[in-house]
Design a binder for this molecule. Structure first.
Ligand code: ZN
Ligand code: ZN
Length: 368
């Protein structure tokens, strides 16, 4: 049997539809019938060639969900329950961590294992259906599948997409205390999910600074306390004043950078109170350098500055559980502003690049 998949042949080259054989799952693996995959900023970066070490051609689509068609013998979730055909699942999109190299055994940092691969990003199309922009997805042995709980539809889960576990991880890093005031710089999916999980972590107030307007309206819909439109408030010092005016001149307890703009880091540190915590999660690609003042921004401010790279299975697992519990309040499904068929992948990338959508999903049988 053959199915079709969208292939990104290389940076800035047009997407192609190619036919792939569907192989029987390896022992411990599975085959999924794709329900939804996502189109996110990472896919735009991939198409521009801005990530190092990508083995083009690839099938894009890292966070996805699908129905189990077949498993290679008995397969279980982390709680020991069997994964069975017909189940709606997502999966932690990483494979290949070797467990036997210096990074795995000595540094105990599997996310830096040189053999680590990510579906839709560092998985070559030559190795098969290892991306979500396809009719089927091959789950390799050892890849952790996670059934979507009752109360969390495929659409709601994908409304969070990779932004949900990434935003969850950033908020875990931030260590929010009950009653904190939190500023989120950036209103893309990572910023919006950080704003959600900041509220669930007990922040008293959450402010979102970003653009365009549709994304700020989405932030308002999530119950944040104030939004600031970068298109209307164009001077950094006015944006810093916006935060300081609302915090008795002190600055915010926590600032989360989810914008991707290096200049936001200096601006965000100016928004931070003394002894506050600053998390950088938006600088996924190298967008350049900035100059900061180590005395004023870091040392005298007694600032804690934390990076946040990707996420682990733990973040996906807990984010999914929280999404199922709180979908009625935050309505992640409502963040999906457009659905694309596999034959509309090029349009989906173009729309994502010009920020015409809040969250875009792609899947077989969708589209106009
Ligand atoms: Zn390793
Ligand atoms: Zn993504």
């Amino acid at each position: 049997m053959h199915v079709s998949a969208v292939v990104m042949p290389g940076p800035r080259r047009p997407l192609e539809s190619r036919s792939f054989p569907v192989r029987a799952p390896e022992p411990g693996g599975a085959v999924l019938e794709t329900v939804l995959s996502e189109v996110c900023g990472t896919d735009v970066h991939l198409h521009h060639g801005r990530l190092a070490g990508v083995p083009y051609p690839i099938i894009p689509g890292h966070v996805s969900c699908g129905r189990v068609l077949e498993t290679g013998g008995p397969v279980h979730d982390v709680e020991g329950r069997p994964i069975v055909p017909g189940q709606l699942v997502t999966f932690y999109d990483v494979y290949g961590i070797c467990g036997s190299c210096w990074h795995c055994l000595v540094a105990k940092s599997g996310t830096r294992c040189p053999r680590r691969r990510v579906y839709g990003i560092t998985a070559p199309a030559a190795d098969g259906l290892l991306g979500g922009w396809a009719e089927r997805i091959a789950i390799k042995p050892g890849v952790r599948m996670l059934p979507l709980p009752d109360g969390l539809s495929a659409e709601a889960f994908m409304g969070g997409g990779c932004g949900a576990p990434t935003g969850f991880h950033a908020i875990e890093r931030a260590g929010i205390a009950l009653g904190d005031t939190v500023v989120v710089q950036g209103s893309g999916p990572v910023g919006l999910n950080a704003a959600i999980f900041a509220q669930l972590s007990g922040a008293e107030r959450v402010f979102v600074i970003g653009a365009p307007r549709a994304r700020l309206e989405a932030a308002r819909g999530l119950g944040v306390d104030a939004v600031l439109d970068l298109a209307e408030c164009t001077r950094p010092e006015d944006r810093v004043a916006f935060v300081r005016e609302r915090t008795a001149g002190r600055g915010a307890d926590v600032v989360v950078e989810a914008s991707g703009n290096p200049a936001a880091v200096v601006e965000g540190l100016e928004m931070l109170r003394d002894a506050g915590r600053y998390v950088v999660v938006g600088q996924y690609t190298d967008a350049g350098d900035v100059t900061l003042n180590p005395h004023r921004h870091v040392n005298r401010r007694h600032a804690t500055i934390l990076g946040c790279w990707g996420y682990e299975y733990s973040h996906l697992h807990r984010a999914v559980a929280m999404m199922a519990k709180h979908e009625a309040r935050f309505h992640w499904a409502g963040l999906v502003t457009r659905r694309y068929g596999l034959d509309e992948a090029g349009q989906a990338l173009a729309d994502m690049e010009r920020l015409a959508v809040v969250k875009a999903v792609i899947g077989p049988g969708l589209g106009e």
